[in-house]
Design a protein around this ligand. Structure first.
Ligand SMILES: [Zn+2]
Length: 309
């Protein structure tokens, strides 16, 4: 019996779901499902982290935006590291100032979260050579919410009380039936769901042997290196990158303070003189922008699609 400690998993998934999606940089040995006729259907088993690490998944958080070159770019959201983030702060100022309807049009994209965990591919008709193997699996907030939901106990009007399922458990976990339709902005995994609780098995539903589970537990991939370290990225770094890529648009006025540090005052559309034309242009583009959370940053179409998984 391979014993793993799942005590703090619920806290961790709850934290990310409740906190409220982002492009992460390229990762090695990533599982990338192949669409067939515009649809993806694979059966996956989420796995615990390697024993040298503490979390079953790592998270990256970014803001995407369209630069003056017309391309999508990303900047790190600094709030994950507990720091002030210029994009989040500017958005907050917008929501504090305008009606929520106007603020939605004016605000920048909220941070997109991407998570990475270990996964065992149970069944993948589109690429059978991946079956029985372990990969790193990148997913967004939609799948994170489904994990949280499956792990949460609930009272069902029909079935009565339903215990939460520790989906990462080799024995009592559940398979993730990952289903996605390729839409205009990439794969949408909303139709994905978890099956019933059962031991990890092969694609014919034959439970894996203890030796096979031990082989998996010994081969889990490290996740820590897939987490982007933003602890040294500053408010000014992010703001500077944003303003360089969005020529003529200033989000904050920089006011040098006596102690040598800088104060930042948000420049909002129609309020701060001298910037009206640029921010009006920003409002215009926000109105015409495709669905915000689904249009992730991308340098190429492939990257664009991959990012939305
Ligand atoms: Zn942010």
């Amino acid at each position: 019996m391979i014993e793993r400690n799942f005590d703090n998993y619920m806290n961790q998934i709850e934290k990310v779901v409740k906190k409220g999606g982002g492009k992460s940089f390229g990762i090695d040995q990533e599982f990338v499902p192949v669409p067939v006729n515009g649809e993806i259907e694979v059966v996956l088993r989420l796995l615990p982290q390697p024993r040298t690490e503490e979390q079953p998944f790592v998270e990256n958080r970014t803001h995407s935006f369209q630069g003056s070159d017309g391309k999508w770019h990303v900047v790190d959201c600094l709030r994950k590291a507990g720091h002030r983030c210029p994009i989040c702060e500017w958005n907050k100022a917008v929501f504090d100032t305008f009606t929520s309807e106007d603020a939605k049009k004016i605000s920048k994209k909220k941070a997109k979260k991407t998570f990475i965990c270990n996964v065992y591919v149970v069944k993948n008709n589109a690429k059978p050579d991946t079956e029985g193997k372990i990969f790193r699996f990148k997913f967004g907030i939609q799948i994170a919410e489904k994990i949280f939901d499956k792990m949460s106990p609930k009272d069902d009007p029909d079935k009565g009380h339903i215990e939460g399922v520790q989906v990462f458990d080799y024995y009592k976990g559940a398979n993730l039936i990952y289903k996605a339709k390729i839409g205009k902005y990439g794969p949408n995994p909303e139709a994905s769901y978890f099956g019933d609780s059962k031991p990890i098995s092969d694609k014919n539903n034959v439970p894996l042997s203890e030796a096979e589970i031990k082989r998996i537990d010994d081969s889990l991939l490290t996740l820590k290196e897939c987490e982007k370290d933003t602890s040294k990225v500053t408010f000014e770094d992010v703001l500077n990158t944003y303003e360089k890529l969005c020529e003529g648009e200033k989000l904050f006025k920089r006011i040098p303070k006596e102690d040598g540090t800088m104060a930042y005052e948000p420049i909002l559309p129609g309020i701060s003189a001298g910037n009206t034309a640029a921010t009006n242009a920003a409002v215009q583009s926000a109105v015409e922008e495709p669905e915000v959370d689904k249009a992730a940053s991308a340098e190429s179409t492939d990257e664009f699609l991959k990012d939305l998984l």
